[in-house]
Design a protein around this ligand. Structure first.
Ligand code: ZN
Ligand code: FE
Length: 254
């Protein structure tokens, strides 16, 4: 089992220190900067064994080199994006497994936000670290990948068990909620979720992690093939990709 320490960094990033409870082998997912991570590790009295990067953006890899210098840790990233992950040592491909102590994760390729984006899936612990693929009530912007790729990536995530906990790369929930509400202001479950989000954010509490179950019900980017939802937001059902593209473009211009 792993212990997860969620670390808010920069204006709205989340990095995660993950500690395998039995072995104390430790990883850090998407360190935007090194400083706060070092603080957390110091307080825990542990060293860092691995850095895990979901994608190459600076707000996810910015701390790589410094952490490597301090801890001599190994940096894990996507095989296909190896040229853009600073300091990469371990290059993993889709479905490849790797261990943090006794905790095993698997790579899920999720191109879209970037071409080489990957997620880390701890299947037997029902945990997904998904970087900037899916956010609570939102999804990552398409900087590099195609709408086809992002639609496929979301379908892959959607096929995981409902109880999967989703640890994403940013606290964007409140602004995502505004768009979700704009699309469908009559959904009581969404209204309820939004009022909880507002309460949490007033107290500066994170709204992440979320669960796949909730996202499947409330996230507009997970409902592009849901006829009832498409009817309620008055979107003609053309195809998964076209529907997703329309919703994504509306959000880009929102
Ligand atoms: Zn990004
Ligand atoms: Fe990001």
């Amino acid at each position: 089992m792993i212990e997860i320490i969620q670390i808010p960094l920069l204006s709205d990033n989340y990095s995660y220190v993950i500690i395998d409870k039995n072995t104390k082998i430790t990883g850090c997912i998407d360190p935007s900067v090194a400083k706060d991570i070092v603080e957390v590790l110091k307080n825990k009295g542990i060293d860092l064994d691995f850095v895990l990067n979901t994608h190459h953006h600076q707000d996810h890899v910015g701390g790589n080199q410094e952490l490597k210098e301090i801890y001599n840790c190994k940096i894990i990233g996507s095989y296909s994006d190896q040229n853009r992950i600073p300091g990469i040592d371990i290059k993993l491909k889709e479905d490849e497994e790797f261990n943090i102590g006794e905790s095993i994760f698997k790579i899920i390729d999720t191109p879209g936000h970037t071409i080489g984006h990957i997620c880390f899936y701890f299947e037997d612990q029902n945990l997904l670290f998904c970087g900037d693929t899916i956010f609570s009530l939102g999804c990552g912007r398409l900087f590099e990948g195609s709408y086809e790729q992002m639609t496929e990536s979301i379908l892959k995530i959607r096929s995981l068990p409902d109880c999967t906990k989703i640890y994403c790369g940013h606290e964007y929930t409140e602004s995502n909620a505004k768009f979700a509400e704009f699309l469908d202001s009559r959904d009581d479950l969404l209204k309820n979720k939004i009022s909880n989000i507002k309460k949490d954010r007033l107290k500066s509490k994170p709204t992440v992690p979320t669960t796949l179950k909730e996202e499947k019900m409330l996230n507009p980017f997970m409902k592009f093939d849901n006829q009832e939802y498409l009817d309620s937001i008055k979107l003609k059902n053309i195809s998964n990709v076209e529907n997703f593209k329309t919703i994504r473009m509306m959000k880009d211009n929102f």
